[in-house]
Design a protein around this ligand. Structure first.
Ligand SMILES: Cc1cc2nc3c(=O)[nH]c(=O)nc-3n(C[C@H](O)[C@H](O)[C@H](O)COP(=O)(O)OP(=O)(O)OC[C@H]3O[C@@H](n4cnc5c(N)ncnc54)[C@H](O)[C@@H]3O)c2cc1C
Length: 414
């Protein structure tokens, strides 16, 4: 399997200039095992394939179904898709989000409304909110749905100097030059890389989300509208096919009842007295197609790689969704990892180490920034949240767009 010079000791590379080996200076013909076929794993598989590598993808489920209804792909995520040749496809399935507005949830008064074009001009690419099933379908079609081996739960990892192996619960062993742990927030490969388990930390609020048809009663069709009051949020943003992705956030203790039969009543109680569009949203949502999530994150990790095994996506960084960056970071990871493998020539472990060096601080900052924002928007210190509402009323969009642009441009796709 290993045909590149990365299996040679460094000294033999340095001393063998009289016997040139054309393969010695790049890691060609690698075989990459990807565990997990979420948006992170699928993007990794596409990036590795574009780099010319053999890729095998495994997932524990019998049928792939994305968790959650929609996702906002900010420009850094979209830029990765552009590099993978999926630019027109994501533009086709993504929503046209041209403006953004905050409202006082109780009175319905506009706090601020602004056009997002200065942000797009600053970062060079529009964001695309997208339905998760559409995103998954796009990635799967690009890869080939039959390329994912389903019903394969990874239970262990092994590696030696020349290869790494993912071992599955049915006894199957997948051996390659690299194993990528894209197995999400409950990752078992993370435990292998770190040598210990990690605790998920409750961020302090519950999020209901789903899709509803676009309607003027809710928001202008090209706008991300957000109603805020008392540390709660109600929001819609446009995704493709004339739908809004909605979410409603409520700070609640951990472990409250989760029963779709009572979602509508519960939300009506939590948002009692809020502006009419919020009431309309609660009446229009389909409780059986609504997701309810207790929002967690994980402290930034100290390592993302071990030898030939790398973590990406939520396995590497579980973040609160308050910057809309978890999935975008998974895409940045995928691109960065494939790039280091394709462009360096020392060893697989060296390329993975470079990946870690580049990504560790970036993803740690995203986790901490998202946590801080979650606390500020969800009333952890009520006076701070109130101050934010006051600031929103004098905002013309400049500060909000500058903060979003900074998050995007600090990554590799600037
Ligand atoms: C409410 C909410 C809103 C969000 N909004 C945004 C947003 O607007 N923008 C954004 O960028 N991000 C957002 N995120 C974050 C985003 O959803 C995640 O970061 C992203 O889905 C992570 O993708 P992943 O591929 O790493 O993990 P996952 O999507 O969790 O995929 C992991 C895959 O691994 C498989 N798997 C797990 N264990 C094993 C095993 N042992 N063996 C084999 N397979 C296994 C699973 O079946 C799954 O298919 C949001 C998250 C939440 C909760």
């Amino acid at each position: 399997m290993l045909t590149s010079a990365e299996s040679l000791p460094l000294t033999s590379v340095a001393n063998s200039s009289t016997q040139p080996n054309p393969k010695r200076f790049c890691m060609e013909n690698l075989k990459v095992i990807v565990v997990g076929a979420g948006m992170g794993g699928l993007t990794t598989a596409l990036a590795m394939r574009q780099a010319g590598y053999d890729v095998e993808v495994y997932d524990r489920v019998k049928a792939l179904r994305p968790a959650g209804a929609g996702i906002s792909l900010w420009s850094n995520g979209v830029k990765v898709l552009n590099r993978l040749g999926l630019g027109s496809e994501i533009a086709r399935i993504g929503g046209l989000m041209e403006q953004m507005a905050y409202y006082d949830g109780k009175t319905g008064d506009v706090l601020t409304r602004f056009n997002l074009s200065p942000l797009v001009e600053r970062v060079g690419q529009a964001p695309y909110p997208v339905a998760r099933t559409d995103l998954q379908q796009m990635l799967l079609s690009a890869l080939g749905a039959d390329q994912v081996q389903l019903d394969k739960r990874c239970v262990a990892i092994e590696q030696n100097a020349n290869s790494a192996t993912a071992i599955f619960d049915d006894g199957h062993r997948a051996t390659g030059d690299v194993v990528v742990g894209a197995d999400g927030t409950h990752s078992i490969i993370r435990s292998y890389v770190l040598g210990h388990g990690t605790e998920r930390r409750y961020v302090g609020y519950v999020n209901w989300n789903g899709l509803v048809p676009v309607s003027d009663e809710l928001a202008p069709p090209d706008s991300w509208d957000i109603y805020v009051a008392h540390g709660q949020r109600a929001s819609v943003m446009p995704v493709g096919d004339n739908r809004f992705y909605f979410f409603l956030d409520v700070p609640l203790p951990k472990g409250t009842e989760n029963n779709p039969d009572t979602y509508r009543q519960e939300l009506s109680d939590h948002f009692s007295g809020w502006a009419q569009p919020v009431q309309t949203l609660i009446q229009q949502l389909d409780p059986d197609k609504t997701n309810r999530v207790e929002i967690h994150d994980i402290e930034p990790l100290k390592a993302l790689v071990k030898g030939r095994v790398a973590l990406i996506g939520d396995a590497a960084h579980s973040t609160a969704p308050d910057l809309g960056q978890g999935g975008c970071q998974a895409m940045e990871d995928a691109w960065a990892l494939a790039s280091y493998l394709a462009t360096t020539n020392i060893s697989v472990a060296d390329a993975l180490q470079r990946y870690q060096d580049r990504r560790l601080e970036r993803v740690a900052q995203i986790i901490l920034k998202a946590r801080k924002r979650a606390e500020m928007t969800h009333g952890k210190v009520p006076t701070k949240t109130q101050q934010w509402y006051t600031e929103l009323a004098s905002e013309d969009g400049t500060k909000i767009m500058a903060a979003i642009a900074q998050t995007i441009l600090l990554g590799p796709m600037h």
